[in-house]
Design a protein around this ligand. Structure first.
Ligand code: MOS
Length: 729
């Protein structure tokens, strides 16, 4: 039988998704269901003096209005101080001292205080969406307004120096900073990236429905178990009374990584009203109530020898978080690992602003950090008049000197070689503004990308059914990454069954344990568990008379064996171990982006005409879904480089472009050729598949490769994104 792993298998969830057969959280329509819409604060700092809801409550179809005036009592909605007591795991990421174990910052409807514009101050529940909207418009609020601060570098800055986050020291000073001796080259620049919004196709939504003392949430989340834990604690009910179903997720990108208040709020309202309640975030709410990538400012200083060997790498980032949030962009992560400078000075500073709470956003830290680092490398290359690719080769990190470990496997040099060959990279120093075709200036740019390869324990259950079906169950989610498909491929190979005889079921908290789909860890967590489950199933089959080894080659035989033995269903589970413990190694993936841009000199119009990116992510389980995932990451990078920018109104401190009309993301016409190459060498010291996750690695470096290409084309260095036509002109 042909091996399924390694084959470009079509997505098994593709047909249901494009034909409407896949049910998303807000598609659910239950008997007696109500609809809830949040009311946003119009001020950015201060407090609510009066909130009048009588006219909203009298609106036809409106069933209830909840605000800080009644939520605690009517909903048993817990006070934010009590939220602090919730388990750190359910609360997700937090690194900042003092009040910071609140992951999402302020818990809405608990007090009259306003911390950012757009904060939820009330929720209207009605028989229809239209009635709820009508009610929202009839809420009258009077505020006491305080001065707000949404930008850094003003008098309200109060810098925090976090110590440890994302598994890394946030204040690293290692080695002795060399003096700038004669003959050394210095790059010292500040790079800025704007606020960015996740914009998944499917806005977050929770439909909550009670049956006696048990509640089911149809939710859009990257982690059903974390959601179950948080919601159960918020409701003060035992965990097993909460079921979270998230079989399909229309994109997450990190916005659905941690748990947000709306997920619990829907359950509280459904309990109070005795009817199912659907709370769907509007596109505006998606920008304000489910996280974003914060803007950043990063100072990078490079000291190098004449031959380009980097002696000192200094990377100091300044980023905001919300007044009570616990997340910030750890921009320096890749600066700790790449280029092996003998002296490292990588630090992070955070200040609290009247902004919504930032959250993980596809390669948090690495993405904005790589823009600064990879731009600075390019500046160094041009200062030295050295090919930017050659400069990176000269600074290849042969080991992970930050963690003082060897790489489990590192084929970055191979990524450089194969990517450059496929791109037809010049291979010599090309001065800026030297290539012109008609009215267009042409430029080439490149950048490195790297991303960690984590893994956590997971369990997969197999149910072999006599009628000829093998069901695969785990609570992992497929947020568009391909988990449904690669899980089917794994089980198909191990059991010798065609994928068509498998049914994969994901995203249900009643299924066995799996980690939240985040930090690119699902493949390495779930696939080894699936393999263990297959081993366990084969043992059970052997015990009822199947030949021990090899596995029955004809799929008929295992099912007819069940039939002969009158066994309707054979169930087996397998659990993975998480990170390998026997090696003291550093597990990372690597890649290199090569970009061609074309700039119309008169109009400043920028086109990314060609991208070739080569990756070392270990063995590729499915080249089709893997390529698609990476291409999506590169499209992300194109949006970041050229278009995306969340902007605050300077007077009212409101996010101006909290919608898809004003916040620009790429469409098909913006995207040229993207060629993805995988080195496809298994990392057998990581797991038995040799596979590392690749959910996020396509994003870091892309924006820098584009602005580096823009410099090559035009001689204009873009240090503040996005690089618009206006910036180029
Ligand atoms: Mo992803 S930003 O690790 O959810």
């Amino acid at each position: 039988m042909v091996k399924s792993i390694g084959a470009p298998h079509d997505r098994i969830d593709g047909i249901p998704k494009v034909t409407g057969g896949a049910t998303y959280a807000a598609d659910v329509k239950l008997e007696g269901q109500l609809y809830a819409i949040a009311v946003q604060s119009t001020i950015a700092a201060g407090k609510i003096v009066t909130l009048e809801s009588a006219s909203a409550e009298a609106t036809p179809g409106v069933v209830a209005v909840y605000s800080h005036l009644n939520a605690r009592k009517a909903l048993t909605w817990i006070h934010s101080d009590e939220l602090l007591a919730l388990s750190a795991e359910a609360l997700g990421l937090s690194a900042l001292p003092s009040g910071s174990s609140r992951p999402v910052g302020y818990l809405p409807l608990t007090s009259p205080e306003i911390y950012f514009a757009g904060q939820w101050i009330a929720v209207v529940v009605a028989e229809s969406i239209e009635a709820a909207r009508h009610g929202v418009g009839r809420i009258k609020v009077r505020y006491e307004v305080d001065a707000a601060s949404v930008v850094m570098n003003d008098e309200k800055d109060d810098w925090i120096e976090p110590t440890f986050f994302f598994g890394a020291d946030m204040q690293v000073q290692r080695g002795n900073a060399p003096n700038t001796r004669h003959g050394e080259v210095l790059v010292q620049e500040t790079y800025a990236t704007p606020m960015q919004l996740h914009q998944p196709m499917e806005p977050s939504a929770t439909t909550a429905s009670w049956d006696g003392d048990e509640v089911t949430l149809f939710d859009s989340t990257q982690g059903v178990l974390a959601t179950r834990e948080y919601v159960a604690q918020s409701l003060k009910v035992p965990t097993e009374k909460v079921r979270v179903i998230s079989a399909y997720v229309g994109g997450g990108f990190g916005s659905k990584n941690q748990v947000w208040p709306h997920q619990a709020l829907a359950a509280h309202m459904a309990r109070a009203l005795g009817r199912p309640v659907r709370l769907q975030l509007t596109r505006s709410d998606m920008a304000l109530a489910s996280g974003h990538r914060s803007y950043t400012e990063q100072d990078v200083r490079l000291v190098a020898d004449r031959d380009g060997k980097i002696r000192l790498l200094q990377h100091v980032s300044r980023v905001p978080t919300s007044i009570q949030g616990g997340f910030f962009e750890p921009c320096g992560l890749n600066s700790l690992l790449l280029y092996g400078a003998e002296t490292l000075d990588v630090r992070h500073r955070v200040t609290r602003k009247n902004i919504p709470t930032p959250t993980p956003f596809r390669a948090p830290g690495e993405t904005p950090g790589s823009f600064a680092l990879e731009s600075a490398l390019d500046e160094l290359a041009h200062t030295l008049k050295v090919d930017p690719l050659e400069l990176r080769r000269r600074n290849f990190p042969s080991r992970d000197s930050y963690h003082d470990r060897d790489w489990s496997s590192n084929h970055l040099l191979e990524c450089y070689r194969l990517g450059a060959a496929a791109f037809n990279w010049p291979g010599r120093y090309v001065p800026p503004r030297s290539i012109r075709e008609g009215s267009e200036m042409v430029g080439y740019g490149m950048a490195t990308t790297a991303y960690p390869a984590p893994a956590l324990p997971a369990t997969v259950r197999l149910r072999l059914q006599v009628q000829g079906l093998a069901i695969v169950e785990t609570s992992a989610t497929d947020i568009g990454t391909g988990m449904y498909t690669i899980l089917a491929q794994t089980v198909a190979d191990e059991l010798g069954l065609p994928v068509s005889q498998l049914e994969v079921r994901l995203g249900d908290s009643t299924f066995p344990n799996a980690p939240t789909a985040g930090r690119s860890k699902s493949t390495a967590s779930v696939l080894p568990a699936a393999r263990q489950a297959c081993f366990s199933l084969r043992e059970k089959l052997a015990s009822i008379g199947a030949p021990h080894s090899p596995m029955p080659q004809s799929n008929e035989s295992i099912f007819s064996l069940l039939e002969r033995q009158a066994i309707p269903e054979l169930v087996a589970e397998g659990t993975s171990a998480g990170m390998p413990r026997e090696h003291n190694l550093s597990f990372y993936s690597f890649g290199a982006h090569f970009v061609e841009v074309r700039v119309d000199e008169e109009l400043g119009r920028i086109r990314v005409s060609r991208v070739v990116s080569a990756f070392d992510c270990g063995r590729i389980i499915n080249p089709k879904t893997a390529t698609s995932q990476i291409k999506g990451g590169i499209v992300f990078g194109i949006g970041m480089a050229l278009m995306e920018q969340g902007e605050f109104d300077p007077v009212y401190s409101r996010l101006i472009n909290d919608n898809l009309a004003d916040y620009h993301i790429p469409v098909n016409a913006d995207i040229g050729d993207i060629d993805v190459i995988f080195i496809d060498k298994p990392d057998m010291r990581f797991n038995e598949f040799g596979a590392r996750g690749l959910g996020e690695i396509g994003v870091p470096g892309t924006a820098a490769a584009i602005t580096n290409a823009l410099y090559s084309a035009t001689g204009r260095r873009i240090r503040s994104l996005p690089a618009t036509a206006a910036a180029i002109l």
